[in-house]
Unconditional design. Sequence first.
Length: 224
Amino acid sequence: MLPPVRPRIHPSILSADFVNLEHEVGRIGHADAIHVDVMDNHFVPNLTFGLPMVERLLEVAKRPLDVHLMIEDPDRWAPGYASAGAASVTFHVEAAEDPVRLARTIRAKGAFVGLALKPGTPIDPWLDRIGEFDLILIMTVEPGFGGQSFMTETMPKLRSLADGVEAAGSNLLLQVDGGISTATIPIAASNGANTFVAGSAVFGATDPNAAIEALRASAVPAPE
């Protein structure tokens, strides 16, 4: 996997109009991928949709799907999303029985694999195993609902991850999700993030593609 040449923006359809999803995903042609939040009302207190909806989205979406599984027992369910054709499948370390084994299974099915951590979950135990993953997602809100405020207290964890990635010479994608806007994206970018999930900041805009470009520009440091 090549290192990203620009900040990656993955709009989250959690903030889209579920009744008109085909139209909504057609409005974000400037996105690098479409972030799809799968929630089961067990691991998180919210319910969205499952594999059948993702399979249908794969038929109509013009951009790759970045599937984020906020579910119990991802060891059982995650490989199916990779088999269906999702570009990347991210599961939560807190829910997985064997994260490394699951990561290898997902990769064997042809998808990039991501590991997600809740705000209170430490990154240190995973710094020597970042090679097992293509993406690590640092949640900057408690998972389950869109529209929450960005948690700056997660930035030291992101910085530790970024330092570990640099030391390892890795091209890992460092993703953040939660409260991302033009005001907060520079904070995350300055702490090492290169891939950003944004929901209401994109789908709440009159011109979602312009919003994507504004986010991308805000993630690039101004020249000195």
